[in-house]
Design a protein around this ligand. Structure first.
Ligand code: ATP
Ligand code: MG
Length: 346
């Protein structure tokens, strides 16, 4: 899929808080593997809460247009979520996922083993459906006989379930273990979760090399903490995927190391899992690894395996060395020192 591209244009949207520190770090890592990429151009784009307070719009039209017309992919930092509801503000990341039809949230969770070559305790990918389920935000409150009543509508479609299923099978197929676990709760929600499960199951005949298991979401959380090694690729509807992917991230320590991509059929956007971390912003101590790994994941998704591998190996080696780590990993290093060490390894 890669060879066709004569050049690569990457949109950079640092957005708020430490996004402004870690997205430039990711750019530096991409530049360091430039020899494995076609000629690459970066486009600086704005969005986020700060953009909203300055301009009245959280996601400017020019940003969307550039992503749609000029960029092959993008890196998104993080947005501050205002603690109170702000009139007129809604999250630009949610809007971007919609506008670019980024229906999959892909989150690899990997523990770095202290010894090279040794297999890691945790090595899985959580694939979360990103467009429907309870997150369509159709909620109403009414007054019933006994007071307030609130209801939410949950949407599951065959189309969305099949396309996320396909993405998950493709990812599983490319991994050594080729194992997929479908997460649902169809013993209780037989109609909605039943449709999700059936839609993903139905694809199995196209992927005979992949083994498929299924698990109820509650027991999946339990097993995730007891024996995470059993998982390879997990696929889940939006809400369960949201919870599971944070739980899985907790298994490997700091939020500062967990990457993700938002992917659709025509676009991919890397995004560190952490938020804007206002408590540490501006001190040059944010861990850049989540963003740097997100950049690698984005490149991998576009087919640039060599560049992605070089970045990932460099990160692993710096983590293993343990000499230059940011405070969230127990070290004393600055963001810039970690970036420098990674670039040197590359
Ligand atoms: P937001 O509203 O943007 O989600 P938050 O306060 O929830 O902000 P998170 O970014 O979700 O902040 O982070 C939660 C905790 O993890 C914070 O204490 C933060 O400092 C820490 N943290 C998050 N990302 C990193 C990182 N890259 N490096 C170091 N610490 C981090
Ligand atoms: Mg947060």
């Amino acid at each position: 899929a890669t060879s066709a591209r004569k050049s690569l244009t990457i949109g950079l949207i640092p957005a708020d808080g430490i996004g402004k520190e870690v997205i430039p770090a990711a750019r530096t890592a991409i530049e360091a593997v430039g020899s494995d990429l076609p000629p690459t151009r970066f486009v600086d784009l704005i969005a986020g809460f700060e953009t909203f307070t300055r301009t009245g719009v959280a996601l400017p039209e020019e940003t969307v247009e550039s992503l749609q017309n000029e960029c092959d992919c993008a890196l998104f930092g993080s947005v501050s979520s205002p603690s109170k509801k702000v009139v007129g503000y809604s999250s630009p990341i949610v809007a971007l996922r919609k506008k670019l039809d980024l229906y999959a949230n892909i989150r690899p969770v990997l523990s770095v083993s202290p010894n090279p070559g040794e297999s890691s305790a945790v090595d899985m990918i959580v694939v979360r459906e990103n467009t429907e389920c309870l997150y369509i935000k159709q909620e109403q409150q009414t007054i019933g006989e006994h007071g307030k009543e609130a209801r939410a509508t949950r949407l599951i479609t065959e189309r969305a379930s099949s396309r996320i299923g396909r993405m998950a099978y493709e990812l599983a197929k490319a991994r050594p273990r080729k194992h997929l676990t479908i997460i649902h709760k169809s013993n209780v929600l037989s109609v909605t979760d039943g449709l999700f499960r059936e839609s993903v199951r139905a694809l199995h005949e196209k992927y005979p090399e992949v083994t498929v298991a299924e698990q109820l979401v509650d027991s999946a959380v339990y097993r995730l903490f007891r024996e995470p090694q059993i998982y390879d690729v997990m696929v889940a509807p939006n809400l369960y995927g949201d919870i599971l992917s944070d739980a899985a991230a907790a298994l490997v320590g700091s939020l500062g190391v967990v990457p993700s991509v938002n992917a659709g059929d025509n676009f991919v956007m890397g995004e560190p899992v952490h938020g804007s971390a206002p408590d540490i912003f501006g001190q040059n101590i944010a861990n850049p690894i989540a963003s740097i790994r997100s950049a690698a994941l984005m490149l991998r998704h576009l087919g640039y395996m060599k560049g992605a591998d070089r970045i990932d190996l460099a990160v692993d080696s710096v983590v293993r060395d343990g000499q230059l780590l940011t405070p969230d990993l127990g070290g004393k290093a600055k963001t810039s020192e970690v970036v420098e060490a990674i670039v040197k390894k590359i």
